[in-house]
Design a protein around this ligand. Sequence first.
Ligand code: FMN
Length: 325
Amino acid sequence: MKTGITELLGIEHPIIQGGMHFVGLAELASAVSNAGGLGIITGLTQGTPEKLANEIARCQEMTDKPFGVNMTFLPALKPPDYPGLFKVIIESGVKIVETAGNNPAQWLPMLKEADIKVVHKCTSVRHALKAERIGCDAVSVDGFECGGHPGEDDVPNFILLPRAAEELSIPFVSSGGMADGRSLVASLAMGAAGMNMGTRFIATQEAPVHANVKQALVDASELDTRLIMRGLRNTERVLTNANVERLLEKEKSLGADLKFEDIMPEVAGVYPRVMKEGDVEAGAWSCGMVAGLIHDVPTVKELIDRIMSEAEAIITQRLAEFQAA
Ligand SMILES: Cc1cc2nc3c(=O)[nH]c(=O)nc-3n(C[C@H](O)[C@H](O)[C@H](O)COP(=O)(O)O)c2cc1C
């Protein structure tokens, strides 16, 4: 399928795997790229420029197709070495960067100079327009359904995507709640040039995470996510568990007095315990409402091929029937 996003990024299918902390490693990114989508390595998971250089090199050994690196700007107690990480991305020859969390303007001149395409992920039309104005090549429009950080506007994709289509000139992909061929066709219908998936890609054979995490997503329904850190204006959608419910109790009882330190036990250092050790109850970890649409753990290629054939069938059969009627 050819769209503005496949043309821009040089990929076969309009499907992107969004950056995911402790999930977006070379194994998953290369599998997505080899299957014709765009795989993305999560820069901050590596921690140091040297480790990121190593992960990029591993991915380059596993695929000769384009892949990207995610750079997330979020409040951190100890800010990462962003200049060092961007230097490594440029020097390693990566040609696509997904930015998220905050305005990437500061980094655009050096990325453009290196002929790198920038896809900025954001959760509102105003931030998407800002990204377009500062020179990003495309945006991922992340609706309220999404796993991770949906922002504070709470606009779901049925409204957000057509609004983005009304305002943007650069190509955009849908993000949040995307799982299958129906998601892709709906995204295209609403003006997107493809879709970005996070949670769905975790439940694949190649995702380098513990089997318990994949099973937790198969077991979860669309009712099993919660929004945490609202009071800190750093809202995150996570899979519920006893620690998340305790965190929410603290948020309720402390109200406006809540500080990040109060919820440290439920959020700090959780990702390695969940993703590597399989302790899915360890604390809060991102998960989208789309968990309700995840029923199996296919290979990445099976998933992407299935999405594309479902999309094709919906367009040529289901939708064509309505045209004839
Ligand atoms: C476990 C997990 C970790 C994530 N980590 C990041 C991250 O580090 N940086 C980022 O920009 N987005 C991150 N995301 C968001 C995804 O890239 C993507 O935007 C989101 O998952 C889309 O919604 P979906 O889960 O409904 O597909 C994460 C999502 C999940 C599920």
